[in-house]
Design a protein around this ligand. Sequence first.
Ligand code: GLA
Length: 384
Amino acid sequence: MAFCTGSRPAVNSYGVWFAPGRGNLMGEHTDYNEGLVLPFALAQGVTASVSLRDDGLLVMRSKQMPDDIVSVPVDALSSASVRGWAAYPAGVAWALRSEGVAVPGASIEIDSDLPVGAGVSSSAALECAVALGLSSLAGLSVTRRALAAIARQAENEFVGAPTGIIDQHASLLCEAGHAMLLDCATRSITQVPFDPAAAGVVALLIDTRVTHALVSGAYARRRAECEEAARQLGVPFLGQVTSLAQVDELADPVLRRRARHVVSDSARARAIATALTSGPPAVVASSEIYGYIGKLLTEAHLSLRNDFEVSWPEADVAVETVLASGAYGARMIGGGFGGSVLALVPAECATVVRTDISRVFAARGWAPPEFLDAVPSAAARQIA
Ligand code: GLA
């Protein structure tokens, strides 16, 4: 793969790079089906301080895992030769090498203010911060799209998580004050204005404290079911199906439900992007735009719960609770089976919403949820 757009001599031996986690307004499990996604970058993310070494070693430390320092010769990296958190940065070095880049030895110090396993792409943020750092110190001039492909290759082939393209693209290509409509088939990107605070709305991320792991089998099973549904419908990917009537041709009820989710979530992503760009449909007053978007979020949650079957009890209860407390709408985000719920909440209800969820979780004996105001923020960048 020719991903380099040029090269320049390495001028620095040290730098600090930040890559954000992501929220996602709409489009879940649509990326690997070549449908639409509408993510936005968070203000929170991963910082990688990278300095060159002359002994050919990759030495990886994380403030969050101080006892787990991993050191490996860059030359000896092979698929899955490193396990645990360090597999993500090591995988990026491996993926760059597999593209012919002479990756230098480096010390990589990681710090993060993203919760892990909370469905906000801490792993992609880690990959992207390291990909920017290593490529920059190696003197490469690489497009962000190419770096996203490298980071995804690290996750798919080195770590072994069969994820799609949304997370790395969001971390590297989103813009502040925008969500990013990404057509995963054509890779075309449209930045869509998304500034909830300006409309008196809080985009509240509720970490349900149930962690998920994408290397586990359920995510891969969903992928396989979608591939089978596409095969039976005679298309390469479900993203090419635009009519629910076509989905109804599937005889198998499970495959029908999976396909219905994918097709309807892509349609919802397009509907939200259109509403944010040109206003909601004529029947909806423009002042009601967040009510309109919120309904689509809740519809998507039901689709993820009933058709795609990737929700979990804490997410379902969080969605029900925030709706009863005044949210415009809410849904689980990410791969599912754990992680976070995104709720759009009128600012004046935000405190009540938080209090109500905390109370309901406590009454069930669940771990206290954690909250994060999701502010659509800038993509990955060098910060020192
Ligand atoms: C995870 C994966 C993504 C995407 C989502 C579900 O976050 O990393 O590629 O498939 O799940 O939308």
